[in-house]
Write a protein that binds this ligand. Structure first.
Ligand SMILES: C[S@@+](CC[C@H](N)C(=O)[O-])C[C@H]1O[C@@H](n2cnc3c(N)ncnc32)[C@H](O)[C@@H]1O
Length: 320
C-alpha cells in the first residue's frame, strides 16, 4: 500500500503493549497553544470572523473544546473582555507555569495592540483574514483600558493559578469533560475550537452538548482540519483505510481522527438546531498529492466530491 504510514501503524500497535510508548510522546504535546503568539493569532482570527458574521459585542461567557498545550486562547479571550472561560479537553496537557508564561506575553501583545500574526508567521493557520491589522473596531482603546486594568489582570492571573473564580473572572478546566455538570444549560455566549472537531470521537453527542450549553442566539466558531495528520502518505489518505487497519493505527491512543468529512459537520449542525452563518472551505490538492475516488475504502465510497477535496473548513453557526 503506497499510501500507508508504517510509522503510524507501528505507533498504534505499540499502544496495545504494556510498555505504553505513547505516554512519553503522544500525551506530552498536542498542537500550537504552547506559543503565546499562536494563541493570540487564533483568538483574534476567530473574533474578527465572528464580528464579520453578526456578533456585535464581546461575549461574556465562553467555552473552548480541546485547548491543548495551554489555555492561552482562552486567556486571550479574557484579556479581550470575556469574563467566564470554560475549557474542555480529554488529555490534561496544560501546566500552570506554561499558562502564566503565556499570560504575560499575551498582556504585552494586547497592550501594544500588536497586529494579528499573519500567513507569513503562521503559514498553516486558518481561518485566514483579509486584514491582519489589530481589530480596533472590536477592541477599542476604551474597551482595552477596561479589560487590561491592573486589578482585572490580577483577577485573571489568580484565576489561572487556581482554575477558579476571582472578582469578575472565572476559569474552569475540565479533563475529561464528558458527564460534566459544571456548565449550566443556556449559559454560554460563544463556543469555539481550533483543530479539535476532527479528533472528537462522538461528534453527534458533542454537537448536542454544545447546543445545550449555548444561549439562544449564541455563536459557535470551529476551525476543522480534515487532513490525515500524518496517518497516511497522502493528505486525504486516511479515507483509504478499511475499518480494521484504521483500528490498528488508532490503537489505544486517547484520540486520533474521527474521519468525518465536511458535509457530516454541516448535517449534524442542522440536525441539532444550529444555523450555519458562514463556512469557508480550503481545498487540498487532489491531482498531485491526494488519493482519488477509486482509492477510497468502502466506508467512504459514496463520499461527495466536495468532501474528498476539502482539507479544512471554518464554520460559524448560531443557535436558533
Ligand atoms: C491538535 S490538538 C489542538 C489543540 C489546540 N486547540 C491548538 O490549536 O493547538 C487537539 C486537541 O483536541 C483535544 N481533544 C480530542 N478529543 C477531544 C474531545 N472529545 N473533546 C475535547 N477535546 C478533545 C485533544 O486532547 C487536543 O488537546
Amino acid at each position: 500500500m503506497k499510501n500507508l504510514s508504517v510509522k503510524q501503524l507501528v505507533t498504534g500497535l505499540s499502544s496495545f503493549t504494556p510498555v505504553f510508548g505513547l505516554k512519553s510522546r503522544y500525551l506530552k504535546r498536542s498542537g500550537g497553544t504552547g506559543s503565546a503568539r499562536y494563541c493570540y493569532a487564533v483568538w483574534l482570527r476567530h473574533l474578527v470572523v465572528l464580528f464579520e458574521n453578526g456578533m456585535t459585542k464581546i461575549p461574556d461567557t465562553i467555552a473552548e473544546l480541546g485547548p491543548g498545550d495551554s489555555i492561552g486562547i482562552g486567556i486571550a479571550a479574557l484579556l479581550s473582555g470575556c469574563n467566564h472561560y470554560n475549557a474542555f479537553d480529554v488529555v490534561e496537557y496544560t501546566s500552570r507555569e506554561n499558562n502564566l508564561r503565556i499570560f504575560k506575553v499575551l498582556v504585552d501583545l494586547f497592550e501594544k495592540q500588536t497586529s494579528i500574526p499573519d500567513d507569513v508567521q503562521f503559514p498553516k493557520m486558518k481561518p485566514r483574514l483579509k486584514s491582519y491589522a489589530f481589530p480596533k473596531h472590536i477592541l477599542t482603546r476604551e474597551a482595552l483600558q477596561r479589560s487590561l486594568a491592573p486589578e482585572r489582570l490580577n483577577c485573571i492571573k489568580d484565576s489561572i493559578l487556581e482554575y477558579g473564580s476571582h472578582g469578575p473572572v472565572s476559569i474552569k478546566y475540565r479533563v475529561p469533560w464528558f458527564n460534566c455538570h459544571n456548565i449550566r444549560d443556556d449559559s454560554v455566549d460563544l463556543i469555539y475550537s481550533q483543530a479539535v472537531l476532527e479528533h472528537v470521537d462522538n461528534l453527534q453527542a458533542t454537537y448536542e452538548a454544545m447546543y445545550q450549553w449555548l444561549n439562544k442566539d449564541g455563536f459557535m466558531s470551529h476551525q476543522i482540519d480534515f487532513k490525515c495528520h500524518g496517518t497516511a502518505r497522502k493528505w486525504n489518505g486516511h479515507w483509504a483505510y478499511n475499518d480494521l487497519l484504521w483500528k490498528l493505527i488508532r490503537g489505544k491512543r486517547p484520540y486520533l481522527l474521527n474521519r468525518q468529512p465536511f458535509s457530516r459537520h454541516l448535517a449534524l449542525l442542522a440536525n441539532v438546531g444550529f444555523k450555519v452563518v458562514s463556512s469557508t472551505r480550503v481545498l487540498g490538492d487532489s491531482r498531485n498529492s491526494g488519493i482519488r475516488r477509486k482509492d477510497l475504502s468502502r466506508r467512504f465510497m459514496n463520499m461527495f466530491d466536495e468532501d474528498l477535496l476539502t482539507s479544512s473548513a471554518h464554520i460559524v453557526s448560531v443557535k436558533r
